[in-house]
Design a protein around this ligand. Structure first.
Ligand code: DX5
Ligand code: ZN
Length: 222
C-alpha cells in the first residue's frame, strides 16, 4: 500500500518545502499538463528535474500530454523513477513502455474514466503500473467517481489472472472518505492531492490514508 501525494494543489512557488512536508510518502506524484490533452497547464521537464534534485522521495510523473511517445523519455532523464503516459494519447504504447523501461524507469499507463481496461489485457506484462483515473484528468479537488470502481476490480482480476506484479494506482478525489473503497476494489497505490495538501499536517494525513487502505485491504482479503 503506497501513498503518492500529488503536488498539484501545493504551493508552486515553494515546491522544495512542500515536498519536505510529506516525508513519509512513498512517491511524489507530479502532474504534467500541456493545455492540449487536458485544459490546464503545469510544468515541463526542466522544473521536474529541479524538483527531483530537491526531493529525497522518488518522483512519479503523470503525463497528461499529447504525444507522450515523443516527450515521455525526457521525464526519465529528468530523474523520475516512474513515468505514466495516457493510453488515449500514446501512438505506440508497447514501444513507449519498453523505451521507458530501457531507460531505467518504471513504465506506467493511465486510463481516463471512460477508457476500458479489457483491450489492454495483453499489455500488462509490459507495464510496471496501471493508473485508473477516478476523475476526468485536468484539475485537483474534483469529486471521486464511484463508476470507476468496477474497472479497478476488473483490472485487479486481470492482473491476478496473468500473475503479473503490476501496481494498480488510483488518482482523483482520493481521501479518507473514498480510499477504502479503492483498496477494497484492489488498488495498491493511491494518489491524493487536495486531501493531503489541505490537511493541517500533510504527513499525518499520508499516514492516516495508508492505515485506512491497509485496513480495507485486510478486511477484503478475509
Ligand atoms: C488530476 C490529477 C490528479 C490530481 C489529484 O488530473 O491527475 O493527480 O492532482 O488531486 P485530488 O486528489 O485533489 O483529486
Ligand atoms: Zn495525477
Amino acid at each position: 500500500m503506497q501513498i503518492t501525494p500529488s503536488i498539484l494543489n501545493a504551493d508552486f512557488a515553494d515546491l522544495g518545502a512542500e515536498v519536505a512536508r510529506i516525508g513519509s510518502a512513498d512517491w511524489v506524484h507530479v502532474d504534467v499538463m500541456d493545455n492540449h490533452f487536458v485544459p490546464n497547464l503545469t510544468f515541463g521537464p526542466t522544473m521536474v528535474e529541479a524538483l527531483a534534485r530537491a526531493s529525497e522521495i522518488p518522483l512519479d510523473a503523470h503525463l497528461m500530454i499529447e504525444d507522450p511517445d515523443r516527450h515521455a523519455p525526457a521525464y526519465v532523464e529528468a530523474g523520475c523513477g516512474s513515468v505514466t503516459f495516457h493510453v488515449e494519447a500514446a501512438k505506440a504504447p508497447v514501444r513507449l513502455a519498453r523505451e521507458i523501461r530501457a531507460q531505467g524507469g518504471r513504465a506506467s499507463m493511465a486510463l481516463k474514466p471512460a477508457t476500458p481496461i479489457e483491450p489492454y489485457e495483453d499489455l500488462l506484462p509490459e507495464l510496471d503500473m496501471v493508473l485508473i483515473m477516478t476523475v476526468e484528468p485536468g484539475f485537483g479537488g474534483q469529486k471521486f467517481l464511484d463508476l470507476c470502481l468496477p474497472k479497478i476490480r476488473r483490472a485487479r482480476a486481470l492482473m491476478d489472472k496473468h500473475g503479473v506484479q503490476t501496481w494498480l494506482q488510483v488518482d482523483g478525489g482520493v481521501s479518507v472518505e473514498t480510499i477504502e473503497r479503492c483498496a477494497e476494489a484492489g488498488a495498491d497505490v493511491f494518489v491524493a492531492g487536495s486531501a493531503v495538501y489541505s490537511a493541517e499536517d500533510p504527513d499525518a494525513m499520508v499516514a492516516s490514508l495508508r492505515e485506512l487502505a491497509q485496513g480495507a485491504r485486510r478486511s477484503a482479503q478475509v
